[in-house]
Design a protein around this ligand. Sequence first.
Ligand SMILES: Cc1cc2nc3c(=O)[nH]c(=O)nc-3n(C[C@H](O)[C@H](O)[C@H](O)COP(=O)(O)O)c2cc1C
Length: 282
Amino acid sequence: MDKKQRSIIVYSSPAGRTRHVAVVIKTVLDDMGCLPEIFDLGEKEDCQRLESAQKSFAIGDCLWIGSPVYTYHALPAVTEFIAKLSLNRGGFAVPFVTWGAVSSGLALYEMGRQLEDKGYHIAGAAKIAAQHSMLWQVKNPLGYGRPDSRDDGLIADLVKKVYAKINSNEVEGYPLEKLNYQPGPAQKAMQEMNLEKARPMFPKIEADKDLCSKCGACEKVCPVHAIRCSPYPRIDDKCIFCFNCVRLCEENAFKIDLSPLGDRLRNMAKENNEYPLSKTFV
Ligand SMILES: Cc1cc2nc3c(=O)[nH]c(=O)nc-3n(C[C@H](O)[C@H](O)[C@H](O)COP(=O)(O)O)c2cc1C
């Protein structure tokens, strides 16, 4: 590397697929000698470190920012993080999303727009297919086995192209409109739907007191700190329905079966017919 810009990777990843992509980015950057810093928005300590790190984001630095797609959009933790960034005219940013093969929605475009409003040049972007995180109880879920080694290869290629671009002093950002790839008629419905509006459609997450061992594991795996165990878990409105508490409870105390959703989401995926599943933009 002939340039001394910092590389910062920030992500939210309740079920681990976006983290996988973030770690691939980090590994490639490590191999290139870039020494990236990496932050998980679900970890309190990382958020504290990030707060001081972001004060010194500078011209030429590159921010990699990743989110899963939830009801067509990026997670609030990610959009709120971008909203709080200081203006950095001349910084570079690469938004990336993982999605469960139903629809990658508007997340990438909206993240890109937010970053441009903060002065960042979009140096590239990626949407990467991933196993749908609501479907762990279903056999052969949507996105099964993704991201796979080919996805990892796409990401590695993106990282190298982005750094070649930055080092060639090409300051022209990637045209944002190209991230606005959803067909017109679908866009309006996607704009109108979000996690808040979907809230009443999700099952109530409540532990069965006869099964709950009061171990507190659910509180620890909640990425948005929405659970307090005193001694039984109580879940507040910060819940984003990642279902980590349900999926990771050793006693199966939440007794929620999401498998009936499998067919509905599969039909939605067929209707949307979004291909290719994984794509980089650079
Ligand atoms: C509440 C919720 C909403 C989701 N909405 C979408 C969606 O709109 N489109 C889609 O393709 N996948 C959707 N997914 C699947 C996730 O985007 C996908 O599994 C992602 O890779 C999860 O990332 P993570 O493993 O980093 O948490 C949703 C998952 C959850 C839990």
